[in-house]
Design a protein around this ligand. Structure first.
Ligand SMILES: [Zn+2]
Length: 150
């Protein structure tokens, strides 16, 4: 079982990079999101199912909120540094509010896949999950993975 589980093991940095750009952390496919809020249940290429347990969406949303707050803090810090000592508070509020309202939606698919990368790192796929994913994977992609399906 060792080989089967390790073939797809990617460094977390690589998985996070895939996730940040909206790709599947497991195989890098960008097929998860057909439309912004129209997400497939599984990665169409490798068959990976992101929502492996209850609470997945909560984790993804929490991370989205944390990133949003981080960006708000960044706006306040940069705004303060750039305009000090004449703080342009109205502009900072407008920019901050725009980020707070727009960012969570813009970044939604990326948060979803990034959280999938975190989840995959914390809980590597169990053998039965690998088998389940392979049962739903793109046959051509599976074949390209070589011995995995053997
Ligand atoms: Zn995938």
């Amino acid at each position: 079982m060792g080989m089967a589980r390790h073939r797809l093991t990617t460094s977390f940095f690589h998985m996070a990079l895939r996730g940040v750009t909206g790709g599947c952390p497991r195989c890098g496919s960008h097929g998860w999101f057909r439309h912004w809020f129209h997400r497939k249940e599984r990665c169409p290429r490798c068959g990976y199912k992101a929502e492996r347990q209850d609470g997945y969406m909560l984790g993804a949303m929490t991370m989205n909120v944390i990133i949003t707050f981080f960006l708000l803090a960044l706006v306040i810090i940069i705004g303060t540094v750039v305009s000090y000592p004449d703080l342009n508070v109205p502009v900072m509020i407008i920019v901050g509010l725009s980020i707070a309202v727009v960012w969570p939606f813009v970044f939604y698919p990326n948060t979803y896949t990034l959280w999938a990368a975190v989840d995959l790192l914390m809980h590597p796929l169990e053998p039965e999950e690998v088998a389940d994913a392979e049962a739903h994977a793109d046959p051509a992609w599976l074949a390209a993975q070589g011995r995995r399906s053997a």
